[in-house]
Design a protein around this ligand. Structure first.
Ligand code: AMP
Ligand code: MG
Length: 553
């Protein structure tokens, strides 16, 4: 009799018994003063800061996927691990700190900002060892209390914004978009006072803490502040640390190392923004203090996903007038932000030519990534034929002409691949326009002229696919599979997150759990989950939080 095949059960550790490191503390200039009172902290890269304990921690959500990657077990109620995630205790080796950074906010230098409510607990050596990915992951609590960088605020975060960050971090990861992760969402049992509409009507809301995870949370602003205050030695130490810890393949002794590094930051940022454009993500607050030096999506605030296609759309009501951070602005804003980082590196390099050359990498890589992803969304091998640029412009013009849900249109388009699916087999007019009709918010807006333009566009698309099928010997099924792998079916649309928030505020966590489950596999059709793939309902159009949001968090 043969023995049953062994099943692989990951060995998950107790966070409270897991040893942490604090290499960053030894590597960077640290504030000599332990006083948590908000103040200017010149010269240093970080200040030691202890989380402020909370009265009644409750685990509201846990990412099983990330827990397994880190080898950490879901904490039990009342456990020491839960106390750590609430800021009430520390694991061995943790030396918590708040980082000092500045930033350009809405185009203007804002001076010292820093981790006003985020406290990094420590570095967890990667359970995979040095071979795969990062060598260590930082665990950071957001909403853990005051630090020297809290300025006039309370160091806390509300459940609504914390739940949004938790959900979207993990959803973006599943979408294949580079991002910081989220391990846990903990209710504090304490009330937090917020003026959500900035209209003088503050109210108390439940407080919460997200435990974020990334190889580092360093932002452009960490480098900018040293440059802005003429802190050359601190800047040098910070860059040296960044290279050693996060870009070890760059030879730090090469005088051009900062330029090689900047080039890579440009490349990673370009890839990240191309993914944002692919899935319709709008960050909402692309200030330089929210730009990761690893090219990870960082700081989920008033973000949103495009529903009706509109390059001028932003979910952030604070940006409604200027629309600086609208969907279509993101590629050029990322470059503007990178230019601020390049400016901060001036003290470390000879002349500006190398910096300009590094910034050019952004244009090259973004252009290429965006073209490749656009082609993939359409199921095409490339978009390099004469007239393709105009043809794509026509598509986006049509999507914008009437309120047409971008994700739904692209997802439905694969049903028209010749040779697969009911829609392509029928070949009639109704079938051809089906992806458009499925995505329209108001069917009456599709007048005869627009319908004719759509027919023309879609017919050409079908001819292109047919051409690729015959010449590349690819199968229709393969093309559909490729399209469905880049056009998500499920997204954390703002109204879905808001429904989970409404329930969670009433103590019902089931909608949050259901949403997290669906978003873990955003490209695979899941039985019974049709509602999550639908157009935003009409009631959600004007309700705060469901489409547009303020920065209040
Ligand atoms: P954000 O809009 O979350 O990216 O934050 C911008 C800056 O304001 C950062 O320096 C934050 O640390 C700080 N900040 C935001 N909210 C708070 C808060 N409730 N308490 C302290 N600092 C905050
Ligand atoms: Mg921020």
């Amino acid at each position: 009799m043969s023995a049953p095949a062994p099943t692989l059960v990951p060995v998950l550790r107790d966070l409270a018994a897991t040893p942490f490191e604090a290499q960053v503390i030894a590597a960077l200039p640290v504030d000599a003063d332990d006083d948590p009172t908000p103040r200017a902290v010149p010269g240093v890269s970080l200040s030691r800061a202890r989380p402020t304990p909370v009265v009644s921690p409750q685990l509201l959500a846990w990412s099983d996927a990330l827990g397994e990657e880190l080898g950490l077990a879901r904490p039990a109620p009342g456990s020491a691990a839960l106390a750590i995630l609430a800021g009430n205790a520390l694991a061995p080796g943790m030396q918590p700190y708040a980082a000092r950074y500045g930033g350009h906010q809405f185009g203007r230098w804002a001076g010292q900002l820093g981790d006003g409510r985020a406290i990094t607990l420590g570095e967890l050596p990667s359970p995979m060892g040095d071979g795969a990915g990062a060598t260590a992951y930082e665990l950071q609590l957001k909403g853990a209390g005051m630090t020297p960088y809290s300025r006039h605020a309370d160091g806390r975060a509300v459940l609504r914004s914390s739940l949004r960050e938790f959900v979207c971090s993990e959803a973006m990861h599943a979408l294949g978009v580079p991002t910081t992760r989220a391990l846990s969402l903990v209710g504090t049992g304490e009330a937090v006072l917020r003026d959500m509409f900035y209209d003088g009507n503050a109210r108390t809301e439940p407080g919460a803490i997200v435990c974020r995870v990334a190889p580092t949370f360093l932002r452009f602003g960490n480098y900018e502040i040293h440059a802005a205050f003429g802190e050359r030695e601190s800047l040098q130490r910070l860059v040296a640390h960044t290279l050693r810890r996060h870009y070890p393949h760059i030879d730090a002794s090469d005088p051009a190392a900062p330029l090689h590094w900047l080039s890579e930051v440009c490349e990673r940022t370009a890839v990240m923004v191309a993914h944002w454009m692919r899935v319709g993500f709008v960050h909402g607050v692309m200030n330089t203090d929210n730009m990761s030096i690893l090219g990870l999506t960082l700081d989920y605030g008033p973000y949103g996903f495009l529903e009706g296609y509109d390059p001028q759309w932003t979910p952030n009501t604070t940006d409604a007038a200027g629309r600086r951070y609208a969907y279509g602005q993101q590629p050029q804003i990322a470059l503007w932000n990178l230019s601020r980082l390049a400016g901060a590196l001036r003290p470390l390099v000879d002349g500006d030519d190398g910096l300009h050359a590094a910034l050019e990498r952004y244009r090259d890589v973004f252009g290429r990534a965006h073209r490749t992803m656009s082609a993939a969304k359409l199921g095409l091998g490339s978009l390099a034929e004469p007239g393709d640029v105009e043809w794509l412009d026509e598509l986006y013009g049509l999507l914008a002409a009437t309120e047409t849900d971008m994700p739904i249109f692209f997802r439905q388009l694969s049903a028209l691949v010749p040779g697969v699916g009911a829609a392509s087999a029928r070949g009639d007019d109704a079938a051809l326009l089906a992806p458009v009709r499925a995505a329209l918010y108001d069917p009456d807006t599709l007048d005869a002229a627009l319908a004719a333009r759509w027919r023309q566009w879609l017919s050409r698309w079908q001819r292109r696919i047919t051409h690729d099928l015959t010449h590349e010997k690819s199968s229709a099924e393969l093309i559909v599979a490729r399209m469905d792998a880049v056009n998500p079916l499920y997204l954390p649309r703002n109204y879905l997150a808001q429904e989970a928030i409404d329930a969670a505020e009433q103590g019902d966590l089931a909608p949050l759990q259901a949403l997290m489950r669906v978003l873990q596999r955003p490209y695979a059709a899941q039985a019974g989950c049709e509602a999550y793939a639908a157009r935003r309902p009409e009631w959600a159009r004007q309700r705060p939080g469901c489409s547009a949001l303020s920065c209040s968090s």
